[in-house]
Design a protein around this ligand. Structure first.
Ligand code: SAM
Length: 472
């Protein structure tokens, strides 16, 4: 980096001694950024390229007397607003990738390497619940983290697959309006924040990463429809993994063009001169190099966040979608008893039946499938859509995902508590708390935003907060 950055290097190096900033992105599916700023107990400074993004003053604090905690000074990741899915903690630089891809409501969007879900939650918010988002993660264990984060986010139009990019490309060639490849990389943008990243980094990593990125990018490209967009992102500074991977890709794919996203304060250009010597055929393709300045670099010494590289590619509109259109998933008709159990639950506990179309039973789990969802048969997936709950005999048991995607006013019974009430901590620990009102299923909420289900019996609320999420 000293050789590449020259005069800029001291400022870059000095940035590693600064405290990393914590980014927070507001969930616009649930609350506006303006309203969130009014209720947030943190100081928030806007991120220039992301209207819902902020840098948060996250001084870790603890509850002095456990159980009676007033919650001021609690780190942002432990606040009940976080449990209600009002925000995601994300590096401000990482927010730029989704803003540059600019997914639109109604589109078909694929996040190919999605865990733990920072960018997938961002995509879900920009799609405003309309269209189809497939969030894919190749590693099963990481896919569960993705599922947990998306569940809290409250999106209804999301399927979570656990597949290789190759298998997805074979099935869904030319299907997506927009694909994000947030590629596995050498993670140099994590060095300031993470001791593990510092331990694992080695110069030899870079060559291997760039080969792997090129392989995944090949599959990602097949998934984009003619005229569609592909965003390639890394959180590393190594030119071989950034401009280098994109240059090799453009050489092999004349059907793609590198686009210049709208400029924002803090966006620096890609640096084609850094890879000129490394890419074979460079001298034969002089026209390719200036294009790479259209890629975006975010630097920790020039902008909030840890650093990122983003290239926005557009597939030529006249290309062919050689795979044809995959079939839309037509779910088998629901067994009458299962549908009745679900409807009975809604009648007894909700003001609405939140989903009535494309209901599908997968094992005992009831889902509402997104409208455009292609047939996933034969692929590995965790959730093919909005998980509503489970059918247990002739009973319907609502899921956490149902609670987190509902508005409080849709529930017949509620326990709506201010953020500083001790009952909230009791609820999040899985404990009961006194709660006047009718018996039955109730939405427990913080300041009007659902945290999950509870079951009230005789003025006592039993917490139905999922066991795996409970606080110690
Ligand atoms: N987009 C995520 C977010 O914003 O939270 C971060 C993604 S992380 C940079 C890269 C992901 O790629 C990891 O979750 C990793 O498991 C996955 N991955 C690793 N090898 C892969 C491969 N060969 N194909 C696809 N994904 C892979």
């Amino acid at each position: 980096m000293a050789r590449l950055l020259g005069d800029e290097f001291p400022a870059f190096l000095a940035s590693f001694d600064a405290t990393p900033s914590t980014g927070l992105r507001v969930n616009t599916l649930k609350i506006t950024p303006e309203r969130f700023r009014e209720i947030a107990p943190f100081d928030l400074a806007p991120v220039p390229w992301c209207p819902a993004g902020f840098v948060v003053d996250d001084v870790p604090g603890t509850c002095e007397v456990p159980g009676t905690c007033r919650l001021s000074g609690v780190p942002a990741g432990k606040h009940p607003y976080h449990a209600a899915g009002l925000y995601y903690l994300q590096d401000p630089a990482a927010m730029a990738a989704t803003e540059i891809l600019a997914p639109q409501p109604g589109e078909r969007v694929l996040d190919l390497a999605a865990a733990p879900g920072g960018k997938a939650t961002h995509i879900a918010s920009l799609m405003a619940g309309e269209g189809l988002l497939i969030a894919n993660e190749i590693h099963h264990q990481r896919a569960w983290d993705l599922a947990e984060n998306l569940e809290r986010w409250g999106g209804r139009n999301i399927a979570i697959t656990v597949e290789t990019p190759e298998r997805l490309a074979e099935r869904f060639e030319g299907f997506f309006d927009a694909v994000l490849l947030d590629a596995p990389c050498s993670g140099e943008g994590m060095l300031r924040r993470s001791e593990a990243a510092r331990r694992e980094w080695a110069p030899e990593l870079i060559g291997g990463c760039s080969l792997r990125q090129s392989a995944i990018l090949e599959h990602a490209a097949r998934l984009v429809r003619p005229g569609g967009r592909l965003a390639y992102a890394t959180c590393t500074f190594a030119p071989e993994e950034d401009e280098g991977t994109v240059a090799r890709f453009l050489q092999d794919h004349p059907e793609f063009e590198l686009m210049a996203p709208p400029h924002q304060a803090g966006f620096a250009p890609g640096r084609p001169e850094w890879i000129a010597a490394d890419v074979p055929g460079n001298s034969e393709l002089p026209g390719t190099w200036p294009d790479l300045t259209r890629a975006v670099r975010l630097w920790p010494h020039l902008a909030p966040g840890e650093g990122h590289f983003i290239a926005l590619l557009r597939k030529c509109a006249t290309g062919t979608a050689s795979g044809g259109w995959p079939r839309v998933w037509r779910p088998a008709r629901l067994p009458r008893a299962a549908e009745q159990a679900y409807r009975d639950f809604c009648m007894d506990n909700l003001m609405v039946v939140p989903a009535t179309e494309r209901l599908a039973l997968v094992g005992s789990y009831l889902y509402a499938l997104p409208p455009d969802l292609p047939d996933l048969t034969g692929l590995r997936f965790l959730h093919p859509g909005w998980w509503l709950g489970a059918i247990k005999g002739n009973r319907f048991e609502p899921s956490h995902a149902l609670a987190l995607a509902l508005r409080l006013e849709y529930a017949c019974r509620t326990a709506n508590l201010a953020a500083d009430r001790p009952e909230i901590l009791a609820y999040l620990r899985g404990e009961t708390f006194p709660s006047p009102g009718d018996d039955g299923w109730a939405l427990v909420a913080v300041d009007g935003y659902p945290l999950g289900w509870g079951k009230r019996v005789g003025r006592v609320m039993k917490s139905k907060y999922p066991k795996g999420l409970r606080r110690g």
